[in-house]
Design a protein around this ligand. Structure first.
Ligand code: UT7
Length: 312
């Protein structure tokens, strides 16, 4: 039995903040942000919109695309580093709002790799036959944990949510291989401090990401007996266009075969990959039977990737 994506969804906050707007907050400039990161603007959630609200809207969108009723969901996994509260979990909050009454629910903590951890966990439950439908969400209100005096991080981050319904798909399709990893010794490079601010050693994370993304991509395609040349579409974590382009070039993948949402949304941590996936589906970038690789990395340090044959 193969687990795959039955439907995708995302939610974008309405407040658009440009690089010029950021110049009014911190000592920075549009040119630096564009050339060093590829970001042109980002979205911030309104004060009364919390992480669980964005998760709920992204989930509704995914359920609709999947044509699955909330009551048929067996498990909800929400990846986030910015939950409304440590407990109850965001997963429990949206279980209630969605009316997913039979679903078990929990949050997953793996920073920017959280959606990958969630998706790969969902795959196990589906393929053992324990569950039929799992809702996986990545949702972040990073503006809650942003240090507005740290120009090295505040210009990078944005809010948003993405979701996918995972369930059984036809033979040969779905998530064909995966890789998950962690290196706790690297935790000091990217963490939340005692003031609740996100703190990052940008250069170290950069080096880790440029190495990890191509390595994990090659590993997941080789596990299914294919090569990097066989990848039709790459959906990387959206942290920095320089990291994404370096990975892409190492893999020999052309720019049109990579999802790039960072320009408009910045880095959305665990929401980046599902937002990019949902947008790519809606924009018709992904066709049935395409070989897709999703690959993420982040705080922990953690990483995760899947190779997936698209279609139900
Ligand atoms: O999703 C989580 C994973 N996160 C990442 O993947 C991020 C990985 N790291 C990066 O993307 C990059 O390291 C950054 C974008 C964070 C920084 O780019 P960089 O090319 O590594 O710059 P840097 O930190 O080496 O800083 C270069 C200069 C410094 O000035 P001096 O010391 O050379 O005078 C910084 O103070 O750029 C300065 N700088 C800025 N200038 C204008 C740092 N941030 C800014 C800014 N505006 N926003």
């Amino acid at each position: 039995m193969n687990a795959g994506v039955l439907g995708t969804g995302h939610y974008l906050p309405t407040k658009v903040v440009t690089n010029n707007d950021m110049e009014k907050i911190v000592d920075t400039n549009d040119e630096w942000i564009r050339t060093r990161t590829g970001i042109e603007e980002r979205r911030f959630a309104e004060d009364d919109v919390n992480t669980s609200d964005m998760a709920y809207f992204a989930a509704l969108n995914a359920l609709e695309e999947a044509d699955v009723a909330a009551e048929d969901i067996d498990l909800i996994l929400v990846a986030t580093v910015t939950p409304d509260t440590p407990f109850p979990s965001v997963a429990c909050m949206i279980q209630d709002k969605l009316g997913a009454s039979k679903a078990a629910a929990m949050d997953v903590s793996a920073a920017c790799s959280g959606f990958m951890y969630g998706m790969i966990t969902a795959k196990q439950f589906i393929e053992t036959g324990a569950y039929k439908k799992v809702l996986v969400v990545g949702t972040e209100k990073l503006s809650k944990i942003t240090n507005w005096e740290d120009r090295g991080t505040c210009v990078l981050l944005g809010d948003g949510a993405g979701a996918a319904v995972i369930g059984e798909v036809s033979e040969g399709r779905g998530i064909l291989s995966f890789e998950l990893g962690a290196n706790g010794a690297g935790g000091k490079e990217l963490y939340q401090d005692e003031n609740d601010y996100l703190v990052m050693n940008g250069r170290e994370v950069f080096k880790f990401a440029v190495r990890q993304m191509p390595e994990s991509t090659v590993n997941v395609v080789e596990k299914i007996g294919l090569n990097k040349e066989d990848v039709d579409y790459l959906i990387p974590h959206q942290a920095n266009i320089r990291i994404m382009d370096a990975a892409r070039e190492r893999l020999g993948i052309s720019a049109d075969k990579m999802a790039t949402t960072i320009k408009k949304y910045g880095n959305n941590s665990s929401a980046s990959i599902p937002m990019a996936l949902s947008e790519s589906v809606k924009n018709g970038k992904i066709k049935d039977d395409d070989l897709i690789v999703l690959v993420g990395f982040g705080g922990g340090l953690t990483w995760g990737a899947v190779a997936m044959r698209w279609g139900r």
